[in-house]
Design a protein around this ligand. Structure first.
Ligand SMILES: CC(=O)OP(=O)(O)O
Length: 608
């Protein structure tokens, strides 16, 4: 009989399910329709923390970042109506970067549903596209079960699970029994396929036939970076990384050419443009239709996910396999290739590029440019620091200038490119890794979309180093406009703000820097304040200088010789117009020290 059984509010039972999954905090901002869960959060506060953010989007982005950083399910919430719609950007961010996130969404009490009630709308259809699992709870008894299932679905599909909770469901009393089913380690990978000997031998045959092979490495390589470096040396194949794979192969490895496309190193784009064999290993690359189709090459794809095959380029060979076990088998079955002029040229190209970047980082410039800011980030960064990097120029700049060790972590919005991820990513980093140094690196446009959540850094006394690079422009977009033959810029200039002053008003110590000689003291102060357990903000007023757009270099063969040109649509408004010589192009970016690719190919004897 019910009277003999202890009961518990369904919302409390639901939170206990989340606790049993190891969820330590839930990010959100309450509305009236979420009261049943809020009351449970109060009751369970010793076991699960409610993190009060100041906008549901920040909560959803923080959950996405937490899932990306930890690999574990993260939870966010919003109430009915605008609370629900505000979650969407963060949920899409999680979906695109394959992060397991559960969203608890408030709904008006069930008797008011379908009655045109205040803040009521039909939530499920809105979440249908973003979610791998999407349910409205119909009884209090089912609430903990549905949430348990949501966690499993989020893990299984590495995506977003949505549970809509009519407010009265959470208040309903249900038997106080165990609701989470037996735990298994959901972060454990399902067994992935191995390659066959025949597949690896066919791959090795194609590598032998190629003159200019290149490996495009995605995050599918996971912990196999060291083995991949060995294979790269053994077969003399340079490596180009996708954004999400940065850090999985040491930046110091000479054959690591960094990223391709717009956030690229010069070497990565030039080698992509001249490769005759591209081998994509565990790589999901959103710019494939640009970079992969720019010229003809043979294409091998190795992927553990069957739906990825052929997405990027027609296949000459597809191998359904875990990336690392493929690399290990290829190491076993291969013989060392002779020294390759192509590999040497790639290494020299990357060295030349790195020296150029170092020169920019180390010089004194007035007014301040972004590179010296990165010099000081690298100077104070601990070797296990975590970087949350917002969308915009800082992505390119971080790919190029941030020196990462294997112990560092970093989180970005790789595929959805959601502006405003810097602050939420830093919040998630600090809640999950309280003993590690955490940076938020954001441009002024992105930061000002979420800056209210500096209050959250103060509220929870989170020692985050916020570096805001302010140039009063959406510079990434400005440069996109320049590249699309627009006659003039439109809508990309933004008003300057005194971010140090507004940070102080939210309880965060802050400084403004305008010249290279102010950087040292500012970054030293950031260390001092954060080591004392408090957040800090540096508003670095930088120019809107464009960094060298290597994607505008085009390479071709004419009369049996390599030639390099500047893209005909290159129209760097405000930098220089109508440049067609590569030398002039380099000069306009202070890059007199760069060698052109034909010069390098000639030096190392790479035939056309
Ligand atoms: C989106 C964008 O253009 O940002 P930033 O100004 O930081 O490059």
């Amino acid at each position: 009989m019910m009277s003999d059984v202890n009961t518990v509010p369904a919302s409390v039972a639901m939170l206990r399910v989340l606790e049993s999954w190891g969820v330590k905090q839930i990010y959100g901002y309450p509305g009236g329709s979420f009261s049943s869960t809020m009351s449970a959060l109060e009751q369970e506060k010793e076991r699960i923390q409610y993190v009060q953010v100041r906008h549901e989007q920040v909560g959803a982005l923080a959950a996405a970042a937490e899932a990306k950083l930890t690999g574990k399910v993260a939870v966010t919430f919003g109430s009915a109506g605008p609370g629900a719609t505000n979650l969407l950007t963060g949920l899409y961010d999680a979906r695109e970067d394959h992060a397991p996130v559960v969203a608890l969404v408030g709904q008006v009490p069930s008797p008011n549903m379908n009655m045109n009630y205040f803040q009521e709308f039909s939530e499920q259809p809105m979440f249908e596209d973003v979610a791998v699992y999407n349910r409205t709870v119909m009884t209090p008894e089912s609430l903990p079960w549905v949430v348990d299932k949501a966690v499993r679905e989020a893990y299984k599909h590495q995506g977003v699970a949505v549970v809509v909770i009519p407010n009265d469901m959470g208040f309903g009393e249900i038997p106080d029994v165990e609701y989470a089913s037996a735990m298994i380690d959901e972060t454990k990978e399902a067994p992935l396929p191995d390659p066959t000997n025949e597949e690896v031998d066919k791959f090795l045959e194609m590598v032998k036939e190629a003159k200019r092979p290149l490996i495009h490495v995605g995050r599918g390589i996971k912990d196999g970076g060291d083995q991949l470096v060995e294979l790269s040396k053994k077969l003399q194949i340079p490596l180009v990384m996708t954004g999400l794979a940065k850090g999985l192969v040491p930046d110091e490895y000479e054959g690591n050419l960094g990223m391709a496309n717009r956030a690229a190193s010069k070497a990565a784009d030039e080698m992509f443009a001249t490769a005759d064999l591209v081998i994509a290993i565990g790589a999901d690359f959103p710019f494939a239709n640009l970079v992969y189709r720019s010229h003809d090459f043979k294409f091998i794809q190795i992927d553990a996910d069957r739906v990825q095959f052929g997405r990027h380029h027609y296949l000459d060979l597809g191998i359904w396999s875990d990336a690392t076990s493929f690399v290990e088998k290829a190491l076993d079955r291969s013989e060392a290739a002779p020294e390759s002029p192509w590999f040497k040229a790639a290494v020299a190209d990357m060295q030349n590029w790195s020296e150029y970047l170092d020169m920019l980082t180390n010089r004194d410039v007035s007014p301040l440019e972004f590179e010296p800011v990165y010099k000081h980030i690298n100077r104070i960064a601990k070797d296990d620091a975590i970087f949350s990097i917002d969308v915009g120029d800082n992505i390119i700049n971080s790919f190029r200038h941030l020196k990462l060790t294997k112990k560092n972590k970093w989180v970005i919005s790789a595929l959805f490119a959601s502006m405003g991820v810097g602050v939420p990513g830093a919040l998630a980093a600090k809640f999950n890794y309280p003993d590690r140094q955490v940076f938020n690196i954001s441009g002024d446009g992105a930061y000002s979309m979420v800056m209210q959540d500096l209050i959250t850094e103060t509220k929870y006394q989170l020692p985050i180093i916020n570096v805001i690079t302010s140039n009063e422009a959406l510079n990434f977009i400005k440069n996109s406009q320049a590249d699309t033959d627009m006659n003039d810029y439109s809508g990309i200039f933004i008003e300057g703000q005194d971010f140090a002053m507004s940070a102080k008003s939210m309880g965060v110590e802050a400084v403004t820097v305008r010249s290279t000689d102010e950087l040292e003291a500012a970054f030293d102060k950031a260390v001092e304040v954060t080591e004392a357990g408090k957040p800090f903000l540096i508003d670095a007023k930088i120019t809107d200088k464009r960094s060298l757009p290597v994607e505008d270099l085009l390479i071709d063969v004419e009369d049996g010789k390599w030639v390099e040109k500047v893209a005909p649509n290159y129209n760097a408004v405000g930098v220089m117009e109508h440049i067609d010589s590569v030398r002039d192009f380099f000069d306009s970016y202070d890059a007199q020290s760069l060698k052109t690719l034909p010069e390098l190919f000639e030096e190392f004897g790479v035939e056309a």
